[in-house]
Design a binder for this molecule. Structure first.
Ligand code: C2E
Ligand code: MG
Ligand code: MG
Ligand code: MG
Length: 282
């Protein structure tokens, strides 16, 4: 019986691998069609100054609306696009579209609003594709001191020397660098001192448990004091309740982002919010 079960398990395992490969191939094919059909759109999620409630920054987040399957989340397709290399073309398009939008907002007078873009580790590390991104940046004459590139810890860690050189090249244009999902990677603190980081985005897992009476509250306070010492701005991600927002505000976390403040929205809806940018929560 044991032998039979073992055999079945092996078969099951093989079937899963097969399914997994098919899922990837299918996703990659759909991605190619989506790139050709322009099925992607950028949404923007506000980041507010917690002390005033004012929107100071926007994070661009890609949205894929598939004609028959509907909304496909980035967590499903970004990893596949990174594996296949489709991320490069997608990211170039994202940068160009976001810069066009930034230009529009600047023309409308919203010059002080910072725009944040996520940059895949793949692009950061690829010589040719990183240069493509740089040349896109050169095409636009927007205020790059109000422009942030968000990278994840793993991205930087896979090749620290290269990451430092690339990030400094971005910074020489005035851009700022944010370390995304801070606290979820490893060696976070060591790399904080090595990499030319300006902003840390505290991962939502810390924010979630901030009012649970668990230990994360003290971890956040520790991160905030560390950030103060290193002269870094902290953005708390994933604020979903007023309680979390109040807590973070009270411990002097400077910026916040999350569904409680605003979900990511199309550019037009954001423009509407900016036209009335005093306080976004009561
Ligand atoms: P991220 O950069 O950490 O983005 C924040 C994610 O948290 C977004 O998910 C956002 O919609 C979500 N979020 C915002 N507020 C809340 C909240 O209060 N609660 C919860 N539970 N979630 C919240 P999204 O848009 O699904 O993106 C997931 C990830 O995919 C991003 O994480 C980023 O790593 C990647 N991604 C998204 N857009 C792009 C892009 O244009 N380029 C690249 N390279 N990666 C992207
Ligand atoms: Mg991000
Ligand atoms: Mg994040
Ligand atoms: Mg993330």
């Amino acid at each position: 019986v044991a032998k039979k079960e073992g055999k079945n398990k092996v078969l099951l395992y093989k079937e899963n691998i097969h399914e997994d490969i098919m899922w990837h191939i299918n996703m990659s094919n759909k991605l190619q069609k989506a790139l050709d059909n322009k099925e992607f759109e950028l949404y923007y999620q506000p980041q507010i100054e917690l002390s005033s409630g004012r929107i100071v920054s926007l994070e661009a987040l890609v949205r894929w609306n598939h004609p028959t399957e509907g909304f496909i989340p980035p967590s499903d397709f970004i990893p596949v696009a990174e594996e296949t290399g489709q991320i490069y073309g997608l990211e170039q398009r994202i940068f160009r579209n976001a810069l066009i939008q930034k230009q529009k907002w600047e023309q409308k007078g919203y010059r002080d609003i910072t725009l944040s873009l996520n940059l895949s580790s793949k692009t950061l590390i690829s010589n040719m594709n990183f240069r493509f991104i740089e040349s896109i940046l050169s095409e636009f004459h927007v205020d790059y001191t109000k422009f942030v590139v968000e990278i994840t810890e793993t991205a930087a860690i896979s090749n620290v020397e290269l990451a430092i050189e690339r990030l400094n090249r971005l910074k020489s244009r005035g851009l700022k660098i944010a370390l995304d999902d801070f606290g979820t990677g490893y060696s976070s603190i060591t790399y904080l001192k090595q990499l030319p980081i300006d902003i840390i985005k505290l991962d939502k897992s810390y924010v979630k448990s901030v009012t649970d009476g668990r230990r994360d509250g003290s971890i956040i306070k520790f991160i905030l004091s560390l950030a103060r010492d290193l002269n870094l701005t902290v953005v708390a991600e994933g604020i979903e309740t007023s309680k979390q927002l109040e807590y973070l505000k009270n411990i002097n976390c400077s910026l916040g982002q999350g569904y409680f403040i605003s979900i990511p929205q199309p550019a037009e809806a954001i423009t509407e919010m900016l036209s009335n940018n005093t306080s976004t929560y009561k």
